[in-house]
Design a protein around this ligand. Structure first.
Ligand code: GLY
Ligand code: MN
Ligand code: MN
Length: 435
């Protein structure tokens, strides 16, 4: 769990970056309706979580550097016996102070009376502009209220700055405490993948394998899947975001499992591809080896000081070379890369930042140029080859074979290291586990 001290460090890190005489405002995520009066499980806005750990909806976090009564303020729901009978415990303003170290906390119902006074006289507002239209409108309403009082000497803020630009940069570099949680998320996810490899049998349904995986997540204390689990048997794996998971798993096919859990607000994101019956066919093995080599080469290439696109370029090169060696593409490798011929088979990037969001925050380019890797960044490495079942330009034996291998790595001082251990990815180990 993230400690109070680490939350306090994050807030002071942000405050140190804020211009003098400014205010930061972060709204909680809205509650989302799934159907009539049933709701999706609540997920707090990750900027809000990052700065406070406060988990409740209908709350607003405010940072006012150098405010004499304290710079960290929370507006939240009041304690309410009736509400709590139906929906569970609420911290209430005094709980926000006691458990989350807010210097001051107020009922959310008082925000219209209090927040305009906090905004008045500030030059700048740090705010996640455009993330929540309803809250945008409320904020503009408060600013307009101050504007209307100008002749009485009120000074409305004149500048709005995107708070996420600052928070995202902080989130991009993980602390040792964050990495410890992410390793736990990865370890739970790893055991779920091992379980899937052990229990799969031809004739199972994709959703049954999904159930085995998600059982392991929850049984081991994860909050939920970090994203909808993908279990794609055979040609279903060619659909990159396949989430129906309704089909039978067929003897002789591969299955692609892309699944990761969320644990104390941090995500894992791991993919394995393995044979439904426990034994790779020769064409499946050939494709698998190319993807495995592409991933190994990419992981080797990731180190501080190298530009972000290094890993992607390495996967493109290895996959193109591999497809040429197998006779699936023909021609000069550099020409094929120049023409983008690999895109029929490998149509996504080799990875993304990983953290509190599965596709985590943080810029990939700075001033239009790929940024360099730095120690503490966490990135996925997930090359794949997807051969469409109706691709008549390849021999029949290749059609419908799709493989992705995905792991999570953290940048160290001189290279990178995998966060998740113990999920077999070499064929011999997979086949051994599947006996
Ligand atoms: N599971 C989503 C992704 O791999 O990016
Ligand atoms: Mn994934
Ligand atoms: Mn991913």
């Amino acid at each position: 769990m993230i400690t109070k001290k680490e939350y306090a460090n994050r807030r002071s890190g942000l405050i140190n970056m804020m211009e003098p005489n400014s205010i930061a405002i972060v709204a909680s995520a809205p509650v989302r309706v799934r159907s009539k009066d049933t709701l999706y499980p609540y997920k707090q806005d990750t900027t809000f979580s990052y700065l406070s750990g406060f988990p409740e909806p209908q709350s607003v976090l405010v940072l006012i550097p150098s405010r004499t009564q304290g710079q960290f303020v929370i507006f939240c729901q009041e304690k309410d016996q009736m509400r709590e009978i139906w929906d569970g415990f609420l911290y209430g303003p005094s709980g926000a102070c006691d458990h989350f170290e807010a210097d001051d906390a107020f009922p959310i119902t008082d925000i219209d009376d209090i927040l305009p006074g906090m905004l008045e006289g500030r030059d700048r507002v740090y705010y996640g502009i455009g993330k929540d239209t309803e809250f945008d409108n409320r904020l503009m309403g408060w600013v307009n209220e101050i504007r209307a009082q100008r002749r009485r000497g009120a000074t409305p803020p004149g500048e709005f700055i995107d708070i996420d630009h600052f928070v995202n940069e902080m989130r991009l570099i993980k602390t040792s405490m964050e990495l410890k949680i992410m390793k736990n998320a990865a370890a739970i996810t790893a055991s779920a993948h091992r379980r899937a490899m052990r229990v799969i049998r031809p004739g199972m349904y994709e959703y049954q394998l999904q159930a085995e995986i998600e059982h392991e997540f929850l049984y081991q204390g994860a909050t939920c899947p970090a994203y909808t689990t993908i279990v794609g048997g055979g040609k279903n794996a060619c659909v990159l975001h396949y989430i129906k998971n309704q089909d039978l798993l067929v003897d002789g096919d591969l299955v692609l499992v892309d699944a990761g859990c969320e644990y104390y607000n941090y995500c894992a994101d791991i993919t394995r591809t393995f044979p439904v019956n426990g034994r790779f066919t020769r064409p499946q093995a050939s494709i698998y080896e190319v993807v495995l080599e592409a991933q190994a080469e990419a992981i080797k290439s990731i180190a501080p000081g190298k530009p972000y696109n290094t890993a992607n370029d390495v996967t493109i090169k290895t996959i193109t070379q591999g497809l040429v060696d197998l006779g699936i593409l023909s021609g000069d490798v550099d020409d094929l890369i120049g023409r983008g011929s690999y895109r029929d088979f490998y149509m996504h990037q080799s990875g993304h930042w990983l953290g509190m969001d599965v596709h985590d925050v943080g810029d990939y380019r700075l001033d239009q140029i790929w940024r360099d890797y730095e120690a503490g960044m966490v990135v996925t490495v997930e090359p794949g080859i997807y051969i469409a079942p109706d691709n008549l330009s390849v021999e029949e034996k290749w059609r419908g074979i799709s493989v992705r291998i995905e792991d999570n790595v953290v940048l160290t001082r001189d290279g990178c290291e995998q966060l998740n251990e113990n999920v077999p990815k070499c064929r011999v180990e997979i086949e051994k586990l599947m006996i």
